[in-house]
Design a protein around this ligand. Structure first.
Ligand code: CTP
Ligand code: CA
Length: 224
């Protein structure tokens, strides 16, 4: 029995969503990570499935349960996320890159646990840039495929935030960019979200402020 029947406007659309935050290994027991819970991406996957889409969720270290419905592929590092996204993108009509990808990873992964008595009082890490997954998805984009990126910024001023978003959009080349403000207690890991969605031209096509489920609905509405 269905409690409520919403729109089934995504029947026949194949939607690929990444969610969570990557972990970059240092040694077999340690990693460098970020505070993304995966909640917003999971809500997008859940909402897309509820609207009839064929959903693949690529989940990087979620702190929340993956939704029922659709297929879930678990990954951990940015490298795994990139390989999985590029492979799954071949069968996707819509790609939503909601995962928080580590911009840098340790340049080498120790085979064995790093020990203090071999390091002394200081441990210096060298980090190297990770590939830009969203950019690589845009480069590989097929005709008709829609690519949606996210942008997490700590900028509080709206005009400055929009400027940063437009610059990022130009660099990424995605069809849409979902801009949100993150901070110590905002965005990452929280229940609510506030977003502005820009199209390729940098124009605002949607705004949402509320639960991550309601924000997910608003983001998917731009596909209509
Ligand atoms: N992204 C990605 N691969 C990376 C870094 C980011 O695919 N190596 C994606 C994110 O998933 C998001 C978008 O790019 O959809 C923007 O991420 P963000 O961290 O806001 O932007 P960056 O390009 O990494 O720039 P910076 O962090 O320096 O602001
Ligand atoms: Ca980044």
């Amino acid at each position: 029995v269905h409690a409520a029947v919403g729109p089934r406007d995504l029947v026949g659309r194949r939607v690929l969503v990444s969610a969570g935050g990557t972990r970059e290994p240092l040694d077999p027991v340690r990693y460098i990570g970020n505070r993304s819970s995966g909640r917003q991406g999971v809500e997008i996957a859940r909402a897309a499935a509820a609207r009839g889409a064929d959903v693949v969720l690529v989940a990087a270290n979620l702190e929340v349960a993956a939704p029922n419905g659709g297929r879930v592929v678990h990954v951990s590092s940015a490298d795994e996320l990139q390989r999985t996204m590029l492979a799954e993108a071949a069968d996707a009509d819509v790609i939503v890159m909601a995962a928080a990808v580590a911009d840098y990873r340790p340049d080498a992964v120790a085979e064995r646990k790093i020990k203090k008595d071999e390091q002394g009082d200081e441990l210096v890490l060298r980090l190297v840039r990770n590939p830009d997954i969203l950019r690589s998805l845009v480069v590989a984009r097929r005709d008709g495929q829609v690519v949606i990126g996210f942008a997490a910024e700590t900028e509080g001023d709206r005009e400055r935030l929009l400027e940063l978003g437009r610059a990022k959009l130009a660099r990424k080349g995605s069809d849409f960019l979902v801009l949100n403000t993150v901070g110590w207690n905002q965005g990452f890991g929280t229940e609510r979200n506030t977003v502005v969605v820009l199209d390729r031209a940098g124009d605002i096509v949607a705004e949402a402020d509320g639960s991550k489920a309601s924000v997910a609905t608003r983001i998917l509405d731009i596909l209509r």
